[in-house]
Design a binder for this molecule. Sequence first.
Ligand SMILES: Cc1cc2nc3c(=O)[nH]c(=O)nc-3n(C[C@H](O)[C@H](O)[C@H](O)COP(=O)(O)O)c2cc1C
Length: 168
Amino acid sequence: MKSIAIIYGSSTGNTKYAAQLVAEKLVGYSPVLKDLADVSSEELQESDVLILGASTWSIGELQDDWEAFFPNIGKVDLTGKTVAFFGTGDAEGYPDTFVDALGILYDEFTKTGCTFVGEVSTEGYTFDDSQALRNGVFVGLPLDEDNESDKTDKRIEAWVNSLKPYLD
Ligand SMILES: Cc1cc2nc3c(=O)[nH]c(=O)nc-3n(C[C@H](O)[C@H](O)[C@H](O)COP(=O)(O)O)c2cc1C
């Protein structure tokens, strides 16, 4: 079985909560759950699969821990590794920059040689624009704890199930 790390950057706890739910749904896969604030760039290379969580702040910007970590990303070789993103945002408060952080990270992680999985259809989301879109789909799983927290559990469950073929 592949080694899995779930790594989140979270300022008010929403992405941390989502990361815990992702971990719960992968319990049989023994993932490690880490706060990005405690993670070195070398540690990114220790797992076969990286499930990375980020919130969006400051109108389309990365969460603080990701902002600080960002310069390291392009220096890491993740060839042969699998990366999936999830992120929290606020589609009502910030409809033009909904979960932008996912797109910012996606672009930077393309430099690492990793393989991306976990894209998500826009169906069921109401927003105007997002940097997290590539070819009309989200590069990862958007969550909205501010307005749609009732949907979070089901969204994570469906997404985690979609990842499972890549985890064995
Ligand atoms: C000042 C401020 C700016 C924000 N900017 C955005 C944004 O541009 N896009 C977005 O989707 N959400 C935005 N949000 C919403 C947060 O991303 C959301 O509350 C998220 O769940 C926070 O997650 P965290 O507690 O894990 O950091 C913003 C929130 C605040 C308070």
